[in-house]
Design a protein around this ligand. Structure first.
Ligand code: MGP
Ligand code: SAH
Length: 258
């Protein structure tokens, strides 16, 4: 029986045919590259953003539906798979406070599994982007969006879990061999942890992969008795992206259910 017409691939046999075939392949590759360049231009992909844009579907699986990010959002957003994993620990929780919500990478995943999310960011543009992205995921009604400084708002916030993914000082955070908690912005990690602890001991922190682990686990000693703590390294496609610290009941061996 002869093969179906569509499955027959004409292999270039003569030198001339091979040359023509190679030229066609080159033209196709060039067209593909041009198309990609145009797309990047349209989406305002700056040289700094390019690396993250290439990972766009790891950051937001629904990227093509119209997800929007600004430059800081591109290099700071928690990849979706990691955000979903962090949210799992809060499944069924009443209120999760996302203290540094950015463009909504974490808030969206929390909203999928918790009753309510309070998403705070000091930058009004970020809050607008987070709202826009939450709409794409259909969870905007489960999130209260607040423009403000977490440190000022904290005394007035109530929640069952506080999630902390503060600025790490930009992509150059990796230049440090050992990332210490004083390098976090806008305030050091100890102060931040204490402010969060005044709300609840159930705290999740997303921090750099070059984090000083000893210093990080010592955060649990800021409470008496010390909090349960669990440290998890987060990977996407086998590449390390960050470290998540789970405190209190969010740690796997935490005592009570949330
Ligand atoms: P990265 O190390 O800049 O990217 O950020 P990547 O692709 O791992 O770079 P490579 O060159 O090392 O391969 C890794 C992840 O860290 C990002 O996807 C963000 O989730 C997170 N991240 C990076 N920064 C600079 C920040 C930040 O300032 N704040 C927060 N909360 N997360 C950040
Ligand atoms: N987890 C987020 C990314 C957070 S990046 C996501 O997945 O999208 C850190 C964010 O902290 C930035 O958006 C920055 O605007 C915000 N930020 C910086 N200082 C802040 C403060 N004092 N209070 C609240 N947000 C702050």
């Amino acid at each position: 029986m002869s093969p179906a017409k569509d499955s027959v691939v004409a292999l270039p046999r003569t030198r001339k045919q091979r040359k023509r075939f190679k030229r066609k392949v080159k033209i196709k590759a060039k067209r593909r590259a041009q198309k990609l360049e145009k797309l990047k231009e349209r989406e305002n992909v700056t040289p700094l953003v390019k690396k993250y844009w290439l990972q766009r579907y790891d950051l937001f699986s629904m990227y093509d539906v119209g997800v929007k990010l600004d430059e800081e959002g591109w290099f700071s957003v928690t990849p979706e798979e990691i955000a979903a994993r962090q949210a799992e620990r809060c499944a069924g929780a009443g209120v999760v406070i996302d203290a540094f919500a950015g463009v909504g990478g974490n808030a969206i995943q929390f909203a999928k599994v918790c009753h309510r999310v309070v998403a705070v960011d000091v930058d009004p543009n970020k809050v607008q982007l987070a709202f826009h992205n939450a709409k794409i995921y259909g969870v905007e009604d489960c999130i209260d969006f607040i423009v403000g400084d977490f440190f000022q708002l904290a005394p007035f916030l109530k929640g069952d879990v506080v999630f902390l993914s503060p600025p790490w000082g930009g992509p150059s955070y990796k230049a440090k061999e050992n990332f210490t908690l004083d390098l976090l912005k806008p305030k050091d990690g100890h102060s931040l942890f204490q402010v969060a602890q005044a709300i609840t001991p159930n705290i999740i922190m997303y921090l750099p992969r070059n984090l000083d682990m000893l210093q990080a686990s010592e955060l649990s000693w800021l409470s008496s008795p010390p909090l349960d703590v669990e440290i998890e390294e987060n990977f996407v496609r086998g590449n390390s992206k960050g470290i998540t610290l789970y405190f209190g009941d969010t740690a796997l061996h935490g005592s009570d259910a949330l």
